[in-house]
Design a protein around this ligand. Structure first.
Ligand code: GDP
Length: 424
């Protein structure tokens, strides 16, 4: 038996979904342990091209059991829409291959409203939320003001619980934001529409995972976003509202005693960042436009153009340390093929001094990139499948990154398709 976590090292969108889709061939169970439907994993395989938001990326593999753990923000409405989309493309989703933790808390209809209302109130100081209700959801979860998925199985207890929360929530909606309050009828209609649909998938996934562990099954933990968006270790407050780091995987998945044997950190061969917050290596103008086009850097959920720049060694090294990565998957190396010189943000300067540590969030906006350049390879590498066949300049770039971030690059991805991978 072996457990593995696949995590993002940077700001998210590194290509985790693509790596989970590939590596699930060696695993029996895939668990999403945090976050909600606010980001997207793009997966391209023989069944088609899919933008997954909440579904674990193991959903395409026959025989793999996919779990939404207790740490996720369970949005029944968007989960159901996503399931319908995947099913319409010929992928089977049944209670056998998808299990939802009875301890996952529910994202309720007002969480989305509150997200939008607060972003509107903040105006030009907004967080760049995807307005999926994630921040209001997690703050309510930790205030113990939402309900768990398993409560859908006990309607009488659910209505009683929701009534108390409704009264409290309407105070905020009406008195703070001047918004329309909810009624119990609204909540019952919502539960009848969406809660009922996901009910067959809800079970005690903790018990399932403990048994899987006893049976020696291989378990894969799948993260959303990356180290720099982690609530505790990222660029707070421009973070997400959950823990994207591997250390949270056992807690958020329902197997708190799990030991993780392998942590695959996914790093993109350049940087991208969606939403607000300091992004030291950011490019603007024509250079940014070219890289964005080459890498198709538009959000899977929102279609928003992503901010882009060269690889940021300082941030990536910190991200690797936060994750405790044992292996790195370097993705999208093929995207850099058009460049004659490969740019690298090798260090920062902060208040006139060169530094190699990732600064505290409050002073991070004052950091400036120190650039280095390596030779480009300027040929199509998307068909390369072995390390030896990569152009020397590309190998040198990979080796440089490996040395500087202090972790072995085991996988080099040269295309979005499942087999566009070099395993060293
Ligand atoms: P995730 O959220 O970390 O899974 O990343 P996203 O799915 O948001 O973004 C990664 C994007 O890059 C997706 O569109 C993938 O299909 C694509 N992708 C992943 N690996 C590669 C690669 O090696 N080369 C190219 N060209 N595209 C890739």
């Amino acid at each position: 038996m072996s457990n593995c976590a696949i995590v993002g090292i940077n700001w998210g969108d590194e290509g985790k979904g693509r790596m989970v889709d590939l590596l699930t061939r060696d695993y029996d169970v895939v668990v999403r342990y945090q976050g909600g439907g606010n980001a997207g994993h793009t997966v391209v395989n023989e069944k088609g091209k899919f933008a997954l938001h909440l579904l674990p990326s193991g959903i395409f593999r026959d025989g793999v059991v996919n779990i939404l753990g207790n740490g996720v923000a369970l949005d029944c409405e968007s989960l159901w829409t996503e399931m319908q989309d995947v099913v319409s493309k010929g992928v089977a989703i049944t209670p056998e291959n998808l299990k939802i933790s009875d301890r996952a808390s529910l994202l309720l209809p007002w969480h989305r409203d509150l997200d939008a209302l607060e972003e509107a109130r903040l105006a030009d100081k907004k967080y760049g939320s995807t307005k999926q209700g994630i921040a209001p959801f997690y703050s309510d979860k930790y205030q113990k003001k939402t309900v768990m998925a398993g409560e859908l199985l006990y309607p009488d207890k659910l209505w009683e619980h929701l009534e108390g929360i409704l009264e409290w929530k309407n105070l905020t909606l009406e008195k703070v934001y001047g918004a329309k309050p909810y009624t119990m009828d609204d909540l019952k209609a919502w539960a009848a529409d969406f809660g009922e649909k996901i009910k067959p998938f809800i079970c005690d996934t903790g018990a399932f995972l403990r048994q899987a562990q006893k049976d020696g099954k291989n378990i894969l933990f799948e993260a959303q976003l990356g180290s720099l968006r982690d609530l505790d270790y990222g660029i707070y407050p421009m973070t997400t509202s959950s823990n994207a780091i591997a250390a949270y995987a056992p807690v958020g998945s329902g197997l708190p005693s799990a030991r993780i044997d392998k942590i695959v950190g996914v790093v993109k061969a350049y940087s991208s960042c969606v939403g607000e917050g300091p992004f030291t290596c950011e490019w603007f103008g024509e250079d940014a436009e070219k890289l964005r086009e080459a890498g198709a850097e538009y959000g899977a959920k929102t279609g928003r153009p992503r901010r882009v720049g060269p690889i940021d060694i300082v941030a990536t090294r910190y991200g690797v340390e936060c994750q405790g990565a044992t292996d790195i998957a370097l993705t999208k190396l093929d995207v850099l093929s058009y460049m004659d010189k490969i740019p690298i943000c090798a260090h920062y300067t902060l208040h006139g001094q060169q530094i190699d540590y990732f600064p505290f969030p409050a002073v991070l906006p004052e950091a400036k990139p120190v650039m280095e350049y390596m030779d480009g390879w300027q040929c199509d590498i998307s068909g390369v499948r072995t390390w030896e066949d990569l152009p020397e300049a590309a190998r040198k770039y990979v080796e440089y990154v490996e040395r500087e971030i202090g972790c072995r690059i085991t996988y080099v991805s040269v295309g979005p398709e499942r087999d566009s991978i070099i395993i060293r």
